[in-house]
Design a protein around this ligand. Structure first.
Ligand code: SF4
Length: 345
């Protein structure tokens, strides 16, 4: 167990003189702090910076983001992935605008009721914006804490994460926001996964794993199950009017994004025709193959060009395609087509 007083002082002193100059650390606006935390979930700091700057320029207030058109918001988010984050964030800020006078609730119980606000986002925003004594436990913090305590419990277990959160909250100083950020910063810059810089670590004297020379034994994570593999054929269906068939995803992780039609590899052309309501030339032209890795699954995609004389509400002029939100998986397939010289996309 850590000795809070000296540990906290060592950590905070180090943080105050070494923290990185990140754009969301220059604001006290709870909306912007919240936006940054939503972006930082699952995404690296270096990737988030330009997106954060773009968003606070285009949507400088909570109301601006609440009122934004969902399609342009998804377009602006394109490339960050995990699109549910921005959809949930917009639902939540709309609720804040409607029920809390566009002010982010300072009461944690109210804040935790909002869509997409779980223990991490809730703890991070409430501590950084309002200094509530709540921990924000992400992967960096779990790694740091497991090494400091030489804790051999499986950090992927919810019960272990809860107990780490409780330990941090039991030792948390009044500077709660800085303390959470200091732990995260330590994990991101010093206590890194493969090559921790123990020699310059500000809390080395408190670290049981360092003392036992077992740093690389932590954190303990149970083996992840193998990702599910899915195989698809993806079709560029283009008609004489230089329009392409696209549809909007409905109910899964890519909801709202535009997609090329994709089918299981053994789907016949006849079945594709009846599914999409188009007549297709039987001759398909092979474009290339791609792979896209999601958190829990992998798509293997073979792409083909098909010609049709049909048109319906799903067809979009080719030169408009770049203006609509599209998943990274589909963009990869489009790049293949462009590299092939067909379509100039
Ligand atoms: Fe991490 Fe090493 Fe510091 Fe321990 S001494 S907290 S292992 S960087």
């Amino acid at each position: 167990m850590l000795q809070p007083s000296t540990f906290n002082n060592n950590l905070l002193e180090w943080y105050h003189s070494n923290k990185r100059d990140l754009p969301w650390r220059q604001t006290e606006d709870p909306y912007k702090i919240w936006l940054s935390e939503v972006m930082l979930q699952q995404t690296q700091v270096i990737t988030v910076i330009p997106y954060f700057e773009k968003f606070i320029t285009k949507y400088p207030t909570l109301s601006d983001l609440a009122d934004a058109d969902e399609e342009s918001l998804l377009k602006d988010w394109e490339g960050l992935g995990y699109y549910n984050r921005i959809r949930n964030f917009q639902s939540a800020v709309r609720e804040v605008k409607e029920n809390y006078g566009a002010e982010v609730p300072e009461d944690p119980d109210e804040f935790f009721k909002l869509k997409g606000v779980g223990p991490y986002i809730g703890g991070a925003v409430q501590s950084i914006a309002f200094n509530h004594l709540l921990a924000a436990v992400d992967g960096n913090v779990l790694r740091v804490m497991s090494r400091l305590n030489a804790d051999a419990r499986d950090t992927t277990k919810a019960g272990v994460q809860k107990s780490v959160k409780e330990e941090i909250e039991s030792m948390m100083p009044l500077e709660a926001g800085d303390f959470n950020q200091a732990l995260m910063e330590l994990g991101a810059t010093i206590c890194t996964p493969r090559t921790p810089k123990c020699i310059v670590c500000p809390v080395q004297e408190h670290c049981e794993a360092f003392r036992d020379n077992t740093v690389h034994d932590y954190p303990v994570k149970k083996k992840k199950s193998k990702k599910k593999e899915e195989y698809y054929n993806v079709y560029f269906i283009v008609n004489d009017r230089e329009e392409i068939y696209l549809y909007r995803q409905e109910g899964d992780l890519l909801k709202g994004m535009y997609e090329l039609p994709k089918f299981d590899v053994d789907t016949s052309i006849e079945n594709i025709e009846s599914e999409l309501g188009v007549e297709l030339d039987q001759k398909k032209v092979y474009i290339g193959s791609d792979k896209h890795v999601f958190t829990h699954k992998v798509w293997y995609m073979e792409s083909y060009l098909l010609h049709t004389t049909s048109s319906n509400e799903h067809f979009m002029p080719l030169d408009e395609v770049r203006n609509v939100p599209m998943s990274t998986a589909m963009k990869k397939v489009f790049r293949k087509l462009a590299a092939d010289g067909a379509g100039g996309l």
